[in-house]
Design a protein. Structure first.
Length: 203
């Protein structure tokens, strides 16, 4: 059975399932050929990717959700348990929602697998409170420097402050190098994935 037949069968099955409107719309958008420039599957159909949130908000959101608010769309994803894989800013001089690649995943939201969609439920207020302190997409804050953990032994002299600033500066440089490497790798990966998507559409 080819991919087109599989998609048609999944969509036919999906129409008969009592799913939340948001989940059903999101599934149809991902299987809509005209939308695949703005949102598509990656990682073997386990992750959804929005390469440009600004363009997605202008073109796709008004068409399917009657609004153009990107943050509202992300909140809906969070309410249904989607986890942000990563967010990558491709240009510092642009707004957060422009030229930014966003990726989300849910263990029950997979390409060509409509059976698990019915297991996706909207989070209750209680479950949101339990995850409010440290969202899954954000790591907990780093521990304070050792000299701040000693309580009364802390030394706030000029030499101590200068040493602490030097340590943080070195850490920031290391993080910045890692970030640049990640930017280059991710851009190349997205190019490869886009080429694969185009090839699949031609088959």
């Amino acid at each position: 059975m080819d991919s087109n037949s599989t998609t048609e069968n999944n969509q036919s099955t999906l129409k008969k399932r009592p799913l939340p409107s948001f989940i059903k719309k999101l599934w149809f958008i991902l299987n809509d050929v005209s939308s695949q420039e703005y949102i598509y599957w990656v990682d073997n159909g386990q992750v959804i990717c929005v390469p440009n949130a600004s363009a997605f908000s202008k073109v796709i959101l008004p068409r399917f959700f009657k609004h153009s608010n990107w943050q509202s769309f992300v909140r809906q994803l969070n309410l249904y348990g989607f986890r942000k894989v990563y967010q990558l800013n491709l240009a510092y001089d642009e707004p957060d929602e422009k030229k930014t690649a966003w990726q989300f995943k849910h263990e029950c939201f997979r390409k060509d697998d409509t059976e698990k969609l019915c297991e996706i439920k909207r989070r209750t207020a209680k479950s949101q409170e339990n995850t409010a302190d440290y969202p899954s997409s954000s790591p907990p804050p780093p521990p304070p420097p050792a000299n701040q953990q000693q309580g009364t032994d802390m030394n706030f002299g000029p030499e101590s402050i200068e040493q602490t600033l030097s340590i943080f500066s070195q850490r920031l440089e290391h993080v910045d190098r890692k970030r640049r490497d990640l930017v280059e790798q991710t851009i190349e990966l997205n190019r490869i994935q886009l080429k694969q998507q185009k090839v699949q559409l031609k088959l």
